[in-house]
Design a protein around this ligand. Structure first.
Ligand code: 48N
Length: 328
C-alpha cells in the first residue's frame, strides 16, 4: 500500500524543506501514517499482509528533522516536567524498578523520576548467579511475581524459579515504563545530592544532581562539565552494593557528614541477608530512603548472592516508606 502523500515532496530531500517558499507551506506532518493530513483514515496493515509483498514496498516518507524533533521535543519537555519531581529513584535495578512499580501504582498523582546510569536498566537482574540464566526468589517474594505476571516454577515450600532472569527484568521494566507518571532517564548518572541544612544542623535531601553518565565518567580528563539538577522532597537510592557507581548515596552521605560511616557489606549468608535488607529498608536521613543492596553497605548487612526476593520486597517497603512521608 503506497503511504499517504505528505504535503511536502519528501522524495527530493535536496530541495524540499529548505526552500523558504516551500517550507512556509509545510503543514505539520501527521504524526501517524494511519490518519494523513486530509483526515481520511487509512487501513493499518498487518505484518501478515506485508509478507511476500516486498516488490513495491515503501515506508511512509519522512524528513530527518522530523525524527530529530520527535526525540528532542519529548526529551526536553520531560526534563522540564521532571525538573520538579515528587520522588527521584536512583538506580533502576531490581530494587529500584520494584520501588517505581509500587509507588507509581499506589500514587498515579506523583511524578517519579527514575535515574539510571547505564543505558540498559536492570542492574544485576538480567542473569541469575555466575551468568546462569535462571532467577531464584525465596517465598514469599513469589507474590511480587504474581503481581506483575511473571511465570515461575514453584519448586517447593521455600522458593520459586523464573526460567530466565531477563523474563523478570524485562517484565518489571515494561510495567514501570507503561506508567504515565514515571520517567526513566537512563544513561544518566546521579553525581551528587541536593541538600538543605536542617534546624539541628543535619542534612535533608532536596533532590539530585545529574549528568550524562559518559560525562560523569570523564570529569577527570575534560574541562569542567557542570551537571543538571532535579528537585524532589524524597530520594530513594537503590544503587546496589559498592562498585564503580554502587552505593552512591550512602557513600556521598558519609562524605558530607550525614552518616558517620558505612557499615560495609558482609559475607554471604542468604537467610540472614535477605531478611535484614527487607526489614532494614528505611529513611536513612530526612528525605533519603535506601533500599536493595545499597543498604547492605549502610548497615553492614550480609550479602545474599543469587537470590532476588529481597530486592523486590525491599522495593515494596521503600515505596511504603515514601508513601508514609507523602501521607503525613
Ligand atoms: O542490581 P543493582 O546493582 O542493585 P539492586 O539493589 O537493585 O539489586 C542488587 C542485586 O542485583 C544483587 O546484587 C544480587 C541480589 N546479589 C547480591 C550479592 O550478594 O551479590 O542495580 C543498581 C543500579 C544499576 O543499574 C546501576 O547502574 C545504577 O543502580 N546506579 C546508578 N544510577 C544512577 N546514578 C548513580 N550514581 C548510580 N549508581 C548505580
Amino acid at each position: 500500500m503506497a503511504p499517504p502523500a505528505a504535503l511536502v515532496d519528501l522524495q527530493d530531500p535536496a530541495t524540499n524543506g529548505h526552500n523558504p517558499a516551500k517550507s512556509a507551506k509545510v503543514a505539520a506532518v501527521p504524526h501517524t501514517t494511519a490518519v494523513p493530513a486530509n483526515g481520511a483514515a487509512t487501513k493499518q496493515e498487518t505484518i501478515e499482509e506485508m509478507a511476500g509483498q516486498w516488490s513495491d514496498f515503501r515506508f511512509a516518507p519522512i524528513r530527518e528533522s522530523q525524527v530529530s524533533r520527535a526525540m528532542t521535543r519529548r526529551y526536553f519537555s520531560d526534563l522540564d516536567k521532571y525538573a520538579e519531581s515528587d520522588v527521584v529513584i536512583v538506580g533502576a535495578g531490581s530494587c529500584g524498578l520494584s520501588t517505581a512499580y509500587c509507588l507509581a501504582k499506589a500514587r498515579p498523582d506523583l511524578k517519579i523520576a527514575l535515574i539510571e546510569a547505564s543505558v540498559s536498566p536492570g542492574g544485576g537482574a538480567w542473569l541469575g548467579g555466575q551468568l546462569f540464566s535462571a532467577m531464584v526468589m525465596r517465598k514469599p517474594a513469589d507474590a511480587f511475581l504474581r503481581e506483575i505476571g511473571v511465570p515461575y516454577e514453584d519448586m517447593d515450600a521455600n522458593f520459586v524459579v523464573v526460567k530466565h532472569a531477563a523474563l523478570f527484568t524485562s517484565t518489571i521494566l515494561s510495567k514501570v515504563l507503561h506508567f504515565p507518571n514515571v520517567k526513566l532517564f537512563n544513561a544518566t548518572a546521579v553525581e551528587d545530592l541536593i541538600t538543605r541544612k536542617t534546624d539541628d544542623g543535619g542534612i535533608r535531601l532536596a533532590g539530585v544532581v545529574t549528568n550524562w553518565t559518559l560525562v560523569s565518567m570523564h570529569h577527570d580528563d575534560q574541562s569542567c562539565m557542570d551537571p543538571n539538577t532535579i528537585n524532589a522532597p524524597i530520594v530513594i537510592s537503590t544503587t546496589g552494593h559498592d562498585g564503580p557507581f554502587g552505593a552512591f548515596s550512602a557513600k556521598r552521605l558519609v562524605s558530607m557528614g550525614g552518616l558517620p560511616a558505612l557499615g560495609g557489606m558482609r559475607g554471604l549468608d542468604m537467610n540472614t541477608a535477605e531478611d535484614a535488607i527487607v526489614k532494614g529498608t528505611r529513611e536513612i536521613a530526612p528525605g533519603l530512603i535506601i533500599g536493595g543492596m545499597e543498604l547492605s553497605e549502610v548497615d553492614g548487612a550480609n550479602r545474599m548472592g543469587p537470590t532476588f526476593g529481597a530486592m523486590v520486597l525491599s522495593g515494596v517497603k521503600a515505596a511504603e516508606e515514601a508513601l508514609k512521608v507523602f501521607d503525613q
